[in-house]
Design a protein around this ligand. Structure first.
Ligand code: OAD
Length: 233
């Protein structure tokens, strides 16, 4: 089976009703990245950050996967599909996709603020108990923090994502402005000659690489992609 690797961003979840970050009405219009999504912001005001992610969790739990998430999953019938997502929502999981790398973390998970990757301190939140009171401690006595990558922090899963990207026979980018590194740099790990598709209603910076740009929203664009991929499976 050919290996189909997706890189997804906020745009793939837009039709589920989740706001993107950088479009007009996007999340970063209403919040300061420095306050709620940076390492310094967390150190300065962990209560604000905890409450921001409590709100993101409540919002996410009301949403369902859309046709784009479902079509990505359905391609597993013909391809070996992997998804590298910058999204912290769990809509790819809900759609049934088996292999997912969450580059920027997961909204339903909390961790130690001393050591994010210490799995003994991870706390999986559930729909019935999805809010965390500011000041709650992790098992190691440090403040419990959202399991998300803040600006100014390393992206621990980038190496795994880069290795996976190098194995792609077809690479597809859906709904990301390709503004944030190192995620955007993954395009350079695609092997020469491997087709790259981009599904996004707006132009995105593709770093001088030749791409097939399907200038449509995620669901419609995925329908078109599925038709184009049929003969390649
Ligand atoms: P952005 O908000 O930067 O970009 C969203 C992209 O989705 C844009 O290119 C839009 O044109 C496109 N888009 C909007 N609606 C769409 C739709 N219905 N279908 C398809 N595409 C659509 O979001 P990301 O690129 O995901 O990181 O942002 C990357 C990272 O920046 C996020 O993971 C987050 C953020 O700060 C962290 O918080 C660490």
């Amino acid at each position: 089976m050919k290996k189909l690797v997706f890189l997804t961003g906020a745009g793939v979840s837009a039709e589920s009703g989740l706001r993107t970050f950088r479009d007009s009405d996007g999340l970063w219009e209403n919040y300061s990245v420095a306050d709620v999504a940076s390492h310094e912001g967390w150190l300065a005001n962990p209560t604000l950050v905890t409450e921001f992610y409590n709100a993101r969790r409540r919002e996410t739990l009301e949403k369902l996967p859309n046709e784009a998430h479902r079509l990505i999953q359905s391609l597993e019938a013909q391809f070996d599909v992997s998804v590298i997502t910058q999204n912290i929502d769990n809509l790819h999981e809900q759609a049934g996709t088996k292999h997912i790398i969450h580059l920027h973390g997961e909204v339903m998970k909390m961790c130690s603020s001393r050591n994010v990757e210490d799995s003994t301190c991870w706390l999986q939140l559930t729909p019935d108990s999805c809010e965390v009171a500011p000041g709650t401690l992790a098992a190691d006595g440090s403040l419990l923090r959202p399991y998300v990558v803040f600006f100014g922090e390393a992206v621990p899963k980038i190496e795994e994502a880069a290795l996976l990207t190098q194995t792609a026979d077809i690479f597809v980018v859906v709904g990301t402005s390709l503004n944030v590194y190192p995620a955007a740099g993954l395009l350079h790990y695609v092997r020469r000659g491997v087709p790259i598709y981009v599904i996004d209603p707006k132009p995105v910076p593709t770093q001088g690489l030749h791409v097939h740009h399907i200038m449509k929203k995620a669901s419609e664009g995925m329908r078109e992609l599925c038709e184009q991929l049929m003969p390649l499976s």
